[in-house]
Ligand binder design. Structure first.
Ligand SMILES: Cc1cc2nc3c(=O)[nH]c(=O)nc-3n(C[C@H](O)[C@H](O)[C@H](O)COP(=O)(O)O)c2cc1C
Length: 266
């Protein structure tokens, strides 16, 4: 099959999913790569569709073992016309549970044809200096595996004459999908005097929850606890305070020390 364009759609508040998606695209090589960064709220408002002469790489982080709920409306509106798709999830060294299966199922419902899937590891969103989890992931080994995955995908695609020849893809995960956990309180952060009101946190927020004029002003109902604002702050002015979310961060630190490795599905 000949592919004209690779579309890279990714949601990546703290950048690990984007790093993996880019490494995969590098491995695919040759073709034009179009990045559709659905982390930005305004991008998620535009309709998105793909055609049969494109390859889609759809990459999302795992939130509570599932595809992030914040993407539901955008995914609902997405349409694919027999587009081969590579489904990628990136998780914080706990587990990806049913997220990859869910992503694959959504892609099929939308008219895409799953060609391959992968679960990679990224530094946990809740990781901090005192509760580090999967720090530095994806590392060099992860990124070179992602690139290798991209090369294999390109070869696999070339081996088919038409989309109908792509066999059914099996990925891990089970039905019913993992139940959604009750929402964790969004009141988990303090903003210290170190804050210079530079506005980077408001810019990085994927839901526009932070007032760009006053960074401690957060609309709690909009916050998805992605921690992009904490990680981007150049002053380290945003920190987790004692809260249910901080308790989870401590638990993850204690229970997820053992390094997990990426898994690829063809
Ligand atoms: C609300 C929330 C829920 C998460 N749930 C999980 C999970 O179930 N399993 C896991 O291993 N990591 C989980 N993570 C961690 C992210 O999947 C991981 O850090 C990922 O690399 C973040 O991607 P990003 O850098 O593209 O934002 C969660 C993160 C957030 C913010």
């Amino acid at each position: 099959m000949n592919i004209e364009v690779v579309k890279l759609a990714c949601f990546s508040p703290t950048g690990t999913t984007k790093a993996i998606a880019k490494a995969i695209a590098k491995g695919i090589g040759e073709t034009t790569v179009e990045m559709v960064d659905i982390t930005r709220p305004e991008v998620r408002e535009k309709p998105f569709s793909t055609s049969a002469d494109e390859l889609l790489v759809m990459a999302v982080p795992v939130y509570a073992g599932r595809v992030p709920v914040v993407l539901s409306a955008w995914l609902d509106a997405f349409k694919a016309d027999n587009t081969p798709v590579v489904c990628v999830v990136v998780y914080g060294n706990r587990d990806y549970d049913d997220a990859l299966l869910e992503l694959k199922d959504i892609m099929k419902q939308k008219g895409a044809v799953p060609l391959a899937g992968a679960a990679f590891i990224g530094e946990h969103s809740f990781s901090s200096e005192d509760t580090p989890v999967a720090v530095g992931r994806p590392d060099e080994a992860d990124l070179s595996l992602a690139e290798e995955f991209g090369r294999k995908l390109a070869d696999k695609l070339k081996s088919f004459e038409s989309i109908d020849e792509i066999p059914e893809l099996t990925v891990s995960g089970k039905y019913p999908y993992k139940e959604f956990s009750p929402p964790i309180s969004a009141d988990f952060m303090i903003v210290s005097d170190e804050c210079t009101q530079c506005g980077l946190c408001a810019e990085a927020c994927p839901t526009g929850a932070i007032n760009p004029e006053e960074s401690s002003d957060v609309v709690q109902e909009k916050c998805i606890r992605c921690c992009a604002c904490i990680k981007i702050c150049p002053e380290g002015a945003r920190v987790m305070k004692p809260s249910p979310l901080k308790d989870i961060a401590v638990k993850l630190f204690n229970n997820c020390k053992e390094r997990k490795e990426p898994v690829l599905f063809f």
